[in-house]
Design a protein around this ligand. Structure first.
Ligand SMILES: *Cc1c(COP(=O)(O)O)cnc(C)c1O
Length: 470
């Protein structure tokens, strides 16, 4: 069949670009994007011409301008965008770990826009130190003599070992030879830092005598590492920070603790097992502790080093510090986070991670019931239920610890769970769920009250429309 009659319907690129409506787009989206969108639209017309779908072509041609605008709107969207986390994993590493609250992001935005006194002493009118903005807040909350922060905890541990123990041996228990995701392994971090790993004890049991026997004239520090993402159970023994601190004092060397998560509150209040807080570890005699800003602490991505003044100073003046320091946005967000912790009630109200932990099961159940009822009322397809579920801390913190929660579950009517999950991911604000036992779970623990409506709308949209024909 001769398709030329169809191809002749397709306008030339230049002609489309000269259209006054399209000209208006140039101002908003820029020439490159507009030209690309016009090409894409004409390509889709070409496919229709090839198939001889003349009627469909006429329809497309009648709303060419609108189609091009839709394409431009799609094109201008950033690849990084907000998603709804309905996985019940609070610190989901793939979803950006700790979400920040209004006060934290306000502080960040204020610092980002325009100029700020990042390194300027307003009293003296001379150069100041960027660490002052957060260090005072950290000292007040943790009771540390001094504090400094870098880009993440991996950087903090590297800086700590480099600045305090380069060329010296650092004693670590074989039970704490951890690998965190993303290539953070204690032996390799040690090698990078220029310190020499001196393993001691056994995987399941390490005694204080093991540490003492490992010490020689070349030892630079004793390091304790929190086994954040695994647990050794059964016939086990580990050395407390107090005991290590005594040993460190006896031999005149610093005791360093990589805590992983920075915990500043009593987790038992949220029904979780006790974990030593930063304050407690420092009180027990650790010389320097390091921890993440965006794990249970609920702040921005950062690695915080807190402890004895003499050691913190050594790290502050180390050349690596220049490569690892926080930018103005993180500096502001970190200070704002610690400010909230000065008052426990404020922290629970304004730090999302703590907010999520402190929500009651009843509250979560009610939220799930409201969503389920609204879905049913809207005529959603599939089997919709409210079920008990188990949320998790995630981010390599509190491994295996289940946090009681409730979920809206859906057994899809005409499609597989994978297909429904995929359609949920394709929403303008993607909804991330998990699949278990042939149904979809949307866990309420990570869906804040202000996100409820958006989750409902997303589910509604996917469950009230048939799976699109391909
Ligand atoms: C998470 C963790 C790290 C790495 O921290 P990041 O902030 O992710 O760089 C290092 N050590 C321990 C013990 C951890 O739990």
């Amino acid at each position: 069949m001769d398709n030329n009659v169809y191809y002749r319907k397709i306008p030339k690129v230049d002609k489309v670009l000269r259209d006054p409506g399209i000209q208006g787009f140039l101002e908003i989206y820029g020439r490159e994007l507009v030209v690309e969108a016009v090409h894409d639209e004409l390509d889709s017309l070409r496919s229709l011409a090839l198939e001889g779908k003349g009627e469909k072509m006429d329809k497309v041609l009648s709303c060419l301008g609108d189609n091009i605008r839709d394409r431009l709107e799609q094109k201008k969207k950033y690849s990084l965008k907000p998603v709804l986390n309905a996985t019940g994993i609070l610190l989901h590493t793939n979803l950006g770990r700790a979400p920040l609250g209004q006060r934290q992001t306000d502080a960040m935005a204020a610092a980002a826009r325009g100029y700020c006194n990042l390194e300027y002493d307003l009293e003296k009118g001379t150069r100041g130190k960027r660490a002052v903005h957060y260090a005072e807040e950290i000292k007040k909350v943790t009771g540390a003599q001094a504090a400094v922060a870098v880009n993440n905890n991996a950087a903090a541990v590297t800086l700590m070992l480099t600045a305090l123990a380069k060329g010296k041996e650092v004693v670590v228990s074989r039970g704490e030879m951890i690998e965190i995701g993303g290539h953070f392994r204690i032996p390799e971090v040690m090698e990078q830092s220029g310190a020499v790993l001196r393993e001691t004890g056994c995987t399941n049991r390490t005694r204080i005598s093991d540490y003492e026997n490992a010490i020689n004239e070349n030892t630079g520090a004793l390091l304790k590492v929190h086994t954040s993402n695994y647990r050794i159970v059964g016939f086990t023994e580990e050395v407390s920070v107090e005991e290590l601190a005594q040993l460190g004092k006896k031999y005149g060397m610093p005791v360093l603790v990589d805590m992983g998560s920075g915990i500043l509150t009593d987790l038992e209040e949220y029904g979780l097992p006790h974990e030593f807080s930063v304050q407690e570890i420092l009180k027990k005699g650790a010389d320097v502790v390091s921890f993440s800003g965006d794990k249970i602490l609920g702040g921005p991505q950062a690695g915080i080093l807190a402890g004895r003044e003499e050691y913190i100073r050594k790290m502050e003046v180390h050349p690596l510090m220049r490569a690892l320091r926080l930018d103005k946005c993180l500096t502001a967000a970190l200070a704002a986070t610690f400010r909230e912790y000065r008052d426990k009630k404020q922290a629970e109200k304004n730090i999302p991670v703590l907010q999520m932990l402190s929500r009651s099961r009843q509250e979560l159940k009610r939220q799930a019931e409201e969503i389920a009822a609204a879905l049913k009322a809207a005529g959603a397809s599939g089997e919709i239920r409210v079920e008990e579920s188990a949320a998790m801390m995630g981010g390599g913190a509190l491994p295996g610890e289940k946090i009681p929660s409730f979920a809206v579950t859906v057994v899809p009517g005409r499609e597989s769970c994978e297909s429904l999950a995929e359609r949920l991911r394709r929403l303008p604000v993607p909804v991330i769920v998990y699949i278990r036992e042939n149904r979809i779970f949307a866990d309420m623990r990570t869906v804040m009250p202000e996100d409820k409506e958006m989750l409902l709308n997303g589910l509604k949209q996917c469950l009230t429309q048939q799976k699109e024909e391909i």
